[in-house]
Design a protein around this ligand. Structure first.
Ligand code: A3P
Length: 302
């Protein structure tokens, strides 16, 4: 189905979008219906792509990148909500629009977002040598954050109970697929392509050093006062209050912040409030198997 033929979804409160598989990876059905257009997306060499597994700190990275791009000018970064400043290339949500249409209408240099695993990334991004920033988050906090996001977001299936969702996440039966495959796939790609691979936990621990890495990767040079401004403006407490960064501009039928705010806790180690001892053991044993052989390591508490 072509993008222009899509009818508005008109979801009512509590109604959920359907999902289906693209090459073994679950996706919302509007994305599946327009997959050929997404796969054939034409990147431009000066596009900057932010890639993450959902809930790994995408919005945080976007805000930092936008502020760096705008030399620390807060007003410029408040020009529009995050989802309009950064087209989400595979996202097709008829009440809001399509990331592809948004990207195609955007003047260069474009800043784009994706959650796609590396094997589903439109090939044009790698062929054109686009710079890509990948942000990864430890699996346990990522799982907890994703569970809450499912609950408040009609653009994703109902997560079921915590116990059901826990199993679905481990099996990769969630939108954008297995966390383990996602972080490993991008990790393996980072030495072959211009990919800056970052960690949520390091950003929490030492934002100055991580923001500097992003700045250098983007080819920018900002003074220490500007960096201070960016650190402050992109802190959790400030972003939580910023309507251009906290997703409160999305209609309530889609994101219901009274169920769980988009800016929920922004912490490392919150998983300890949710995992039972048995779940933690099961998770660790499964993790060991799935992450065997990779040099990629995470910390799940600070
Ligand atoms: P929690 O649900 O654990 O609070 P994404 O942007 O990829 O959807 O990720 C959202 C997660 O990042 C949420 O995690 C959100 O609170 C957290 N987050 C957003 N901005 C943040 C910031 N400035 N500092 C720390 N965490 C942030």
């Amino acid at each position: 189905m072509a993008l222009k033929e899509m009818k508005p979804l008109n979801l009512k409160r509590n109604e959920r979008i359907d999902v289906d598989y693209i090459k073994g990876i679950l996706q919302p059905t509007p994305t599946c219906a327009t997959w050929d257009d997404i796969w054939n997306f034409q990147a431009k060499p000066d596009d900057l792509l932010i890639s993450t597994y959902p809930k790994a700190g995408t919005t945080w990275t976007q805000e930092i990148v936008d502020m760096i791009q705008n030399d620390g000018n807060i007003e410029k970064s408040k020009r529009a909500p995050t989802h309009l400043r950064f087209p989400f290339i595979e996202w097709v949500f008829p009440p809001i629009g399509s990331g592809l249409n948004q990207a195609n209408a955007m003047p260069s240099p474009r800043m784009l977002k994706t959650h796609l695993p590396i094997q589903l990334l439109p090939p044009s991004f790698l062929e054109k040598g686009c710079k890509i920033i990948y942000m990864a988050r430890n699996a346990k906090d990522n799982l907890v954050s994703y569970y809450h996001f499912h609950k408040m977001n009609a653009g994703l299936p109902d997560p079921g109970t915590w116990e059901e969702y826990f199993e679905d996440f481990l099996e990769g039966r969630v939108c954008w697929g297995s966390w383990h495959d996602h972080v490993k796939g991008w990790w393996d790609a980072k030495d072959k392509y211009p990919i800056l691979y970052l960690f949520y936990e390091n950003m929490k621990k030492d934002p100055r050093s991580e923001i500097r890495k992003i700045m250098e990767f983007m080819g920018k040079s900002l003074d220490e006062d500007t960096l201070d401004k960016i650190i402050y403006h992109t802190s959790f407490d400030i972003m939580k209050k910023n309507p251009m960064a906290n997703y409160t501009s999305v209609p309530g039928e889609i994101m219901d912040h009274s169920v769980s705010p988009f800016m929920r806790k922004g912490a490392v180690g919150d998983w300890k409030s949710y995992f039972t001892v048995a779940q933690n053991e099961r998770f660790d044993e499964d993790y060991k198997r799935k992450m065997m052989g990779t040099t990629l390591t995470f910390c799940s508490h600070l």
